[in-house]
Design a protein around this ligand. Structure first.
Ligand SMILES: *Cc1c(COP(=O)(O)O)cnc(C)c1O
Ligand SMILES: [Zn+2]
Length: 408
């Protein structure tokens, strides 16, 4: 049962009926707390629900209702074994969990679905978020499915596919002359001024609760099956996904349902590596950068969930890695050859695994799970940069043969 909130910095606790974002004392992020008694893992494992909502007993909301809507379809994404890729990397086992198949095609659906259900429980009809694109698309889509209104603030440079999603789902969209971090600030001011419910990542304590369901799925899809991964690779922007994976695994450990927590590896783009920088300096002080990477989903100046994201790695014996845009594009291309089309931010995790192997942080006997957080259809410009354009030819055999000679 949802029992309240605890500040991640000062430890102050707040009751569950209080409508709250950050800790009123020190402005730190809040953890959602639970009081679990007599929870039966078997009841979850035998559930017929094939979405994140199979974990309702472990979530801070009641039944989402809305059967057979996109909101009800978030989560329960597939995990694929990739033996050819594992062999190429010299690893025992590589799995990928593909979040690109979520209803709006990114991991963010988990957080937005949960926040939309929470909004309906507290009677909030307008939900606002700042977003580089995916969080907004997810909120707009989930809100549309539930009949709520969404207001989205995104950088004017947001990718066309993501902006199209926002508009098609009927959100009110404002493109900001500025960065994602500027959009965050304005959205919070607007939320306060207009009395809107704010979904902002980590600012709203419920986003991580939706995201932790991916860890529960890893438990059911792999760990409970005797295939525990030794390491999990996660792309990191604000740090809310990696914190969610960590929280989900910690909760399963506290419940006694898993024996040990795998090492968690965070991967950031070189040009937006504030948390990785702190990790490499062995510091808990996360300093803002000016984000510069083509992986827009992780282009964050100052992360909103940096401390928890740092601890996800330090407490599990993992590490942070930085990858270049060139390495990210190469990862997009390699995953494509395995049948998985990832957007750059999603492919960053795989680029991080390759780097960890070169830097000898992962040994051959390890079993590794890599998260792809978004569909490649979100950013076809990056995809074409990774692989180049196809030749255009006359519609006859001679032209075909000439073109094939050039290619071969
Ligand atoms: C948001 C996002 C991330 C990063 O998640 P954070 O919680 O911000 O760390 C990674 N990949 C994609 C595709 C995203 O949209
Ligand atoms: Zn506090």
């Amino acid at each position: 049962m949802f029992s309240g909130y605890r500040c991640t910095r000062c430890g102050a606790v707040y009751p569950p009926d209080r409508q709250i974002y950050l800790c009123p004392r020190d402005g730190a992020v809040l953890d959602v707390t639970y009081d679990w008694k007599q929870l039966d893992p078997g009841a979850i494992q035998s559930s017929q629900e094939r979405s994140m909502w199979r974990y309702l007993p472990l979530l801070p909301v009641s039944d989402p209702g809305l059967l057979a809507t996109p909101l009800r379809r978030a989560g329960w994404t597939p995990i694929y074994a990739l033996p050819a890729l594992a062999q190429e990397l010299g690893l025992d086992q590589v799995w990928i969990k593909d979040e690109g198949v979520n209803p709006t095609a990114s991991f963010k659906d988990r957080a937005s679905a949960l926040v939309v259900v929470r909004a309906s429980e507290i009677g909030a009809s307008v939900i606002v978020t700042a977003s580089t694109g995916n969080a907004g698309a997810a909120l707009a889509g989930m809100a549309a499915a539930a009949g709520a209104s969404a207001v989205i603030f995104a950088p004017a440079k947001a990718l066309p596919a993501k902006v199209a999603q926002l508009l098609i789902y009927g959100a009110r969209v404002f493109l900001i002359k500025g960065s994602y971090d500027d959009a965050v600030l304005l959205s919070q001011q607007a939320a306060e001024d207009f009395g809107w419910y704010c979904r902002n990542t980590a600012y709203n304590p419920f986003t991580i609760e939706g995201k932790k369901t991916a860890a529960y799925e890893m438990w059911e899809q792999l760990i409970a099956d005797g295939h525990s991964p030794d390491a999990i690779f996660v792309p990191v922007g604000d740090g809310n996904i990696i914190s969610g994976i960590h929280k989900g695994l910690r909760e399963l450990h506290q419940l006694g349902w898993i024996e040990r927590i795998p090492a968690i590896y965070g991967v950031q783009a070189e040009g937006a590596a504030s948390i990785a920088n702190a990790f490499l300096n062995q510091s808990e002080t996360i300093e803002a950068v000016r984000a510069n990477t083509l992986a827009d989903g992780i282009a964050v100046d100052l992360p909103n969930d940096g401390y928890r994201a740092l601890r996800a790695v330090t407490e599990t014996g993992g590490a942070y890695l930085k990858v270049s845009d060139t390495e990210i594009l190469s990862a997009v291309q390699r995953l494509g050859l395995a049948g998985i089309f990832a957007e750059p931010a999603g492919a960053a995790a795989f680029a991080g695994l390759r780097k960890a192997l070169r830097e000898v942080q992962i040994t051959a006997d390890q079993r590794v799970l890599v998260l792809n957080t978004g569909s490649g259809l979100k950013d076809i410009g990056a995809a074409l940069r990774a692989v180049g354009e196809a030749p255009v030819i006359e519609a006859n055999l001679t032209a075909l043969k000439r073109a094939m000679e050039v290619i071969d």
